[in-house]
Design a protein around this ligand. Structure first.
Ligand code: ADP
Ligand code: MN
Ligand code: MN
Ligand code: MN
Length: 336
């Protein structure tokens, strides 16, 4: 049996926003099924997941993809964290989503997540004059040319890597603030989109590392008259995608409005800096939905309104949200 490198990736216990961690295990390959990938452990006292005197945590593989960086038979392994006795660790948000996805599988929920992020070098966004500001926003969104777009080579590398890994990427674009970009994952089922979003975030950090650039998911990386970074979550159920779906979508928006505060509570830290009512957002204190309305909490895309069925876009989640929690909250509010 040939040896392969398996990069074990997991989510730590950092507060208020969890971070990604990873380490490499040499295992017997090739791995063709989850059963081929052993469970592993780590020191939870170094990841805010355990006390020093009882620090072993378990890594339980939940999905794997070809490693697009090391290539060959090497793999990236997404894990959930268990306690030493195998029970669900309190930082493990995937387990709840897994239960809900099972319980409401007949609704066939689909998600497409737009991940916005910002490249930084030192204290400035990539392409910004050191300690200063570029020209005001306007030309940068979907721009082209060395005066408007910064970091495209990293973005292209990341996109290629995601595609090689079999991640369900659906596109990329340069964003409104220079140095800010977006990629979209989905539409996919809840666990698939969330696992793949975490893997694609890991690839983003890892690839940018080779360029000496740091990608941040902070929802308001630069204060003032600059766009924040979100993770618009597009969501549909089977009945929303069928004739008459518009009514189901409106009912879903009404339900979401009643639970606005509960959703905001898990839609990402520092989101109040981003959801100000300016820069294509609705204030964090208000809830509104509307067709084509980019100033609403929830936008119903024009094509959905025209067809009478389709999906809704929850514009509230911040770029640093946890997709396990966001998908779980949408399923439990809308499908229950
Ligand atoms: P925007 O116009 O808001 O920038 P994007 O094109 O960036 O929109 O993202 C739209 C997302 O919606 C894509 O990720 C796509 O996969 C997703 N999507 C499309 N159809 C559905 C659907 N029926 N259910 C859930 N998500 C969907
Ligand atoms: Mn988009
Ligand atoms: Mn965007
Ligand atoms: Mn959007």
């Amino acid at each position: 049996m040939a040896k392969i490198k398996a990069e074990y990736i997991w989510i730590d216990g950092h507060q208020p926003t969890s971070k990604l961690r990873s380490k490499t295990k040499i295992i017997d390959g090739p791995a063709t099924a989850l059963e081929d990938i052993p469970e592993w452990g780590f020191d939870g006292s170094s990841t805010m997941q355990a006390e020093g005197k009882n620090s072993d945590c378990m890594l339980k593989p939940v999905c794997f993809v070809p490693d697009p960086i090391r290539e060959g038979d090497d793999i990236l392994v997404m894990n959930e964290v268990r306690n030493a006795d195998g029970t669900i660790h309190k930082s493990n948000m995937r387990a709840t989503l897994s239960e809900l996805a099972d319980k409401y599988s007949d609704h066939e929920p689909w998600f497409g997540i737009e991940q916005e992020y910002t490249f930084f070098v030192g204290r400035s966004p990539l392409g910004w004059p050191d300690g200063g500001y570029p020209a005001p926003q306007g030309p940068f969104y979907c721009g082209v040319g060395a005066d408007e777009v910064f970091g495209r080579e990293i973005v292209e590398d990341h996109m290629d890597a995601c595609v090689r890994a079999g991640i369900g990427l659906s596109g990329i674009n340069a964003e409104v603030m220079p140095g800010q970009w977006e990629f979209q994952v989905g539409p996919l089922g809840a666990l698939e989109v969330a696992d793949q979003l975490w893997l694609s975030r890991w690839l983003l950090y890892r690839i940018a590392e080779d360029y000496g650039v740091n990608a941040t998911l902070h929802p308001k990386p630069v204060k003032g008259d600059w766009n924040g970074a979100g993770a618009h979550t597009n969501f549909s159920t089977k009945s929303m995608r069928e004739n008459g779906g518009m009514k189901v979508i409106e009912d879903a928006c009404e339900k979401l409005g009643k639970k606005h505060d509960e959703h905001i509570a898990i839609y990402g830290a520092h989101n109040e800096e981003r959801l100000t009512g300016l820069h294509e957002t609705c204030s964090i204190h208000d809830f509104r939905y509307g067709v084509s309305d980019r100033g609403a909490s929830i936008r119903i895309p024009m094509a959905t309104a025209n067809d009478g069925y389709g999906y809704l876009e929850d514009r509230r989640p911040a770029a640093n949200m946890d997709p396990y929690q966001v998908c779980a909250s949408l399923i439990s509010t809308v499908c229950a």
